[in-house]
Design a protein around this ligand. Structure first.
Ligand SMILES: [Zn+2]
Length: 104
């Protein structure tokens, strides 16, 4: 293996790490997006699994998962759904009971 090869492999490795981290972040966010989509159509376990698959697959593409999360993060604001995790917000206090995110 010569120097050029080494640089190439390091570059590929770094790109892979960046991609992997993005996918991890996006798959985490995709749970929230899937929850918001499922709850928007009423509480439906089957719909939730379906949306988890859809947004889970989307999170494999860097940027796409973040895009969906950003676009739909306020989808159910009027329903009192947590922006980050998609669970129902408590009527008192300022933090989500499930993920601790501040909502007031
Ligand atoms: Zn939450």
């Amino acid at each position: 293996m010569n120097n050029t090869d080494a640089v190439l492999w390091i570059a590929i490795f770094l790109i892979f790490i960046v991609w992997y981290v993005l996918v991890m972040v996006q798959s985490y966010l995709s749970y929230g997006t899937a929850y918001r989509w499922a709850k928007g159509g009423g509480d439906n376990g089957l719909a939730l699994v379906g949306w988890l698959l859809v947004f889970g697959a989307a999170s494999l593409i860097p940027g796409l998962g973040l895009y969906f999360w950003f676009k739909y993060r306020h989808l159910n604001d009027s329903l009192g759904i947590c922006v980050r995790c998609g669970n129902k917000l408590p009527s008192i206090g300022q933090f989500c009971n499930y993920c601790g995110s501040k909502f007031r």
